[in-house]
Design a protein around this ligand. Structure first.
Ligand code: HEC
Ligand code: HEC
Length: 355
């Protein structure tokens, strides 16, 4: 067992060694190792345009919401809610994930239903319970703003289209990266990057706690789906607006019995494979101190609750994880590690002037 753990430790280190370190000249400088799309190369102008669009409330039906409403820079691009904000009179059904290092994921959303940032970007815009804007109307709304018309012409050599809006936003998102986090410095050999308690936490993370079996690599995530059987929130199950949202999404994804669905099917919604019932993608642990509440439904309010959840062997009936039996001290070290090691430098994002 010991041998296996040290092997995992090595894999962990090997992955992290590949991570670029913070010699970013300002947040606009695209990270060299961030995977970029061949058809959507990064340029400073495109990134700046994407940033404007990300913060522009024109992208919502009633003009109240931008991407940043639910992905708030100061909260590592989450919104601090159990389930995310939603369009007036509706209710969302899932927790807003951080966008830090999101470019490193192949599977996006908690259930992995899209696989590129370009494909993802228009989902919240058209979603009835998020920004609720018709995409034909989005194009016309932007085409009457001269500054946008000029910028799209300069950057894309043509008119404003929904696809180009998505490309610009995706380019901006690829600049949202973890900068110089202590875990990276520590694994590069700077032993002073972590406190003594955090190092003990690192040992638990990679050893007894087995966290590293799923949380490894650049994003501290295997980018795969696991059914930990996290409990449903009974309040959410009782809320008719959340029920409507859940059933609506299930219907769109051809879930046959959507009208009777009273819980989140997770990855099953996409694959219809029983092994994916209530499986969710392993989230990144980057900036985890700022991304509470935790899990796809925000049911765990604090890192203490998360650690207790894993320590107790996960949710009822799950076969993915087993009880760990950490003592109080060990839990404390693990928490110190998560908070200290995963917190990178401030991105020093400047807010754009919206045309
Ligand atoms: C009303 C709140 C809300 C708004 C507005 C919103 N998002 Fe999100 N975002 C969410 C939630 C909730 C999820 C998770 C949804 C799921 O997994 O089904 C999410 C997921 C994502 C993801 C996937 C992250 C991951 O780790 O897989 C990306 C990328 C993203 N949003 C970008 C955007 C962009 C770009 C915009 C603006 C065009 C935007 N969001 C607007 C709430 C919001
Ligand atoms: C079998 C794979 C697996 C193992 C082992 C595992 N995790 Fe996770 N972890 C996940 C998945 C999957 C989720 C998301 C579940 C969800 O959203 O419903 C998650 C969520 C989390 C979150 C919440 C992050 C957020 O932003 O919501 C934290 C923190 C976390 N894990 C820490 C740990 C720690 C600490 C350990 C070891 C004690 C551990 N994990 C072991 C798969 C795993």
């Amino acid at each position: 067992m010991q041998r296996r753990n040290s092997l995992l430790g090595l894999i962990f280190a090997a992955f992290l060694f590949g991570v670029p370190h913070a010699t970013m000249a300002g947040h606009l400088e695209p990270f060299k190792l961030v995977p970029v799309s061949d058809v959507n190369p990064q340029t400073p102008e495109k990134i700046e345009l994407g940033k404007k669009l990300f913060f522009d409330r024109r992208l919502s039906g009633d003009g109240t919401m931008s991407c940043a409403t639910c992905h708030i820079p100061d909260l590592a691009f989450t919104d601090g809610q159990e389930i995310s904000f939603s369009y007036p009179t509706t209710k969302n059904w899932r927790n807003a994930p951080t966008l830090i290092n999101v470019a490193f994921f192949r599977n996006l959303f908690h259930d992995g239903r899209v696989t590129s940032l370009e494909d993802q970007a228009l989902f919240p815009v058209m979603s009835s319970f998020e920004m609720n804007l018709n995409l034909d109307y989005l194009e016309e709304k932007l085409r009457v703003v001269q500054e946008y018309v000029d910028a799209f012409r300069k950057i894309f050599g043509g008119a404003i289209t929904r696809e180009r809006v998505a490309m610009a936003i995706a380019s901006f998102e690829r600049t949202l990266v973890s900068v110089n986090a202590p875990i990276d410095r520590y694994l590069k050999g700077d032993k002073s990057a972590l406190s003594a308690d955090a190092i003990k936490g690192y040992e638990i993370f990679t050893g007894k706690g087995k966290c590293i079996e799923c949380h490894y690599g650049v994003n501290l995530s295997d980018d795969k789906f696991h059914a930990l059987h996290i409990q449903e929130n009974p309040d959410h199950q009782k809320d008719p607006r959340i029920t409507a949202t859940r059933r609506f999404v299930a219907k769109v994804y051809h879930y046959e019995d959507y009208a009777n669905l009273s819980e989140d099917p997770g990855r099953y919604l996409i694959t219809k494979d029983n092994k994916d019932w209530k499986a969710f993608r392993t989230p990144t642990l980057r900036e985890v101190a700022k991304t509470a509440p935790y899990m796809h439904n925000g049911i765990l309010a604090t890192l203490d609750e998360v650690i207790d959840f894993f320590d107790g062997g996960g949710g009822q009936g799950n076969t993915a994880i087993k009880p760990i039996n950490l003592n109080t001290e060990e839990k404390k070290y693990l928490k110190v590690f998560l908070i200290e090691a995963m917190s990178g430098e401030d991105l020093k994002l400047t807010y754009p002037v919206i045309p």
